[in-house]
Design a protein around this ligand. Structure first.
Ligand SMILES: [Zn+2]
Length: 453
């Protein structure tokens, strides 16, 4: 028998559609999908098995994070890396990250995902590109940790193949051979990638950045991704240092390079995407290449501001990512939507960007970056991934528009979160994990990593 749950008459709801949804949503909790959107004053078309009174809740599609480095939660606020721009910041951290091991990565993945979940995130992508000898099974470890949270993930097989000895930025200790990277990429696609509607685990390929991988690896990754219909991800146009590197090493700008290695397509989403000229923005839009805007990281490293509205207007989908967590240093996605709204206002003006834009980027926009047509919109047949927030803290008192209040007053913790029709957070707490245990184990692993140097 199908079980159904009516999320009844929410205080407010953002669906990314124009439909009247004031009566709430009916969830098919067996199938994990939305069965019906209920209009104002209406009742569900058939009686429901259970009712959740949502009069105190603002309901959003589950938030989707499209760029992160979970392992970096172990090196947050590290004194040696403070107050530096991207290249020196990376050069300080690479030797520390070279000691990363399996227990550390499991703990970091579990913690980062739990932190995201508590902020209303239901689907997350991670970009893991550090594979020292003791951690060649990094993505397998992350898949295990992700499964234990109940969330949906797109884990990218990152890579670095261009070490300092060959003109790249990272030390040799953290780069791998191209053949090893490609073999492992293929193995992971076959073992883990599930392309089905409602999938909870997907794999994408993610050579780290122009300054840490060879052109050959970029091209070969694109071929492999095309063969298996897998998405491609990398950092691009994050800083002017990177642009200078591309001009010097490849004799071309970043988007020319992207096209040269076969990546300028709708299968690709890029982290940051800051330093584009108008012609490049038009080409990215025409190709349908996605951009993940990471406002906190861009402010922290003073990298610049992503031209989000120009990109969207040109046809490039835009989503959000917390990045980090050594360049953010937190994994809170609802506060990242607030940062995006404000940073984009600084670029485009107060009238050009609203809280509704930021909510669209962090849900529907992010879903398109990951190629997920089953997520990010609350309508019949979509996956039942929801983030519910209450407005009963002091910070919301006196507010008049619940959706605007969520971002303007600074919501930071969801009261309830549902993935595939199942609650994973209730009353602001993880149902399946003990926060104190997570924090204790993760702190221990973080100290272990930093003390190894
Ligand atoms: Zn990044």
């Amino acid at each position: 028998m199908t079980r159904s749950l009516w999320i009844k008459q929410p205080l407010a709801m953002h669906t990314n559609t124009c439909a009247d949804s004031e009566g709430g949503l009916v969830i098919d909790t067996d199938q994990g999908v939305i069965r019906e959107v209920v209009a104002r004053g209406a009742l569900p078309s058939t009686p429901c098995d259970a009712v959740f009174d949502a009069r105190q809740h603002v309901v959003l599609p589950g938030l989707i994070n499209t760029h992160h480095h979970f392992y970096q939660t172990l090196t947050r606020a590290l004194p040696a890396a403070l107050n530096k721009p991207l290249f020196p910041w990376l050069q300080t951290l690479y030797p520390i990250w070279a000691s990363l091991d399996e227990n550390m990565l499991f703990s970091a993945t579990e913690l980062a995902l739990s932190e995201l979940l508590l902020s209303g995130c239901t689907t997350a992508a991670d970009h893991h590109y550090v594979f020292p000898d003791q951690l060649t099974q990094a993505i397998d470890i992350q898949m295990d940790a992700a499964e234990s949270t109940g969330m949906r993930v797109t884990l990218t097989r990152g890579s670095m193949s261009l070490g300092a000895a060959d003109g790249g930025l990272p030390p040799q200790s953290v780069v791998q051979q191209e053949s090893q990277i490609l073999d492992d990429s293929l193995r992971l696609i076959k073992r883990f990638h599930d392309p089905a509607v409602g999938s909870k685990r997907q794999v994408a390929l993610a050579p780290c950045s122009p300054f840490s991988v060879t052109s050959e690896l970029m091209s070969e990754s694109a071929k492999l991704a095309a063969e298996y219909t897998i998405r491609l991800h990398t950092h691009l146009a994050e800083t002017l240092d990177e642009e200078a590197f591309c001009l010097k090493r490849f004799g071309m700008r970043t988007v020319d390079y992207l096209e040269h290695v076969g990546w300028l397509s709708e299968q690709t989403w890029l982290a940051h995407g800051i330093h584009f000229n108008q012609d490049e923005i038009q080409r990215l839009g025409a190709a349908g290449t996605g951009i993940c805007h990471c406002p906190s990281s861009n402010m922290m490293l003073a990298s610049g501001i992503c031209p989000v509205l120009d990109l969207e207007q040109a046809g490039a989908p835009v989503g959000l990512g917390v990045d980090g967590s050594a360049s953010n240093d937190c994994s809170n996605l609802i506060t990242e939507a607030r940062q995006a709204m404000y940073l984009q206002r600084l670029k485009y003006g107060a009238e050009a960007v609203s809280h509704l834009d930021a909510l669209r980027w962090v849900t529907q926009g992010s879903a398109s970056l990951l190629g997920r047509q089953d997520l990010g919109v609350l309508t019949e047949g979509m996956q039942a991934d929801l983030a519910l927030f209450r407005l009963d803290e002091l910070r919301f008192s006196g507010s008049h528009d619940p959706l605007a209040a969520l971002l303007l007053c600074g919501a930071h913790r969801a009261d309830r979160v549902m993935v595939a029709g199942k609650w994973l957070v209730e009353e602001g707490r993880l149902i399946h994990k003990d926060e104190a245990r997570l924090r204790r184990e993760h702190q221990q692993q973080a100290e272990c990593l930093v003390n190894k140097l």
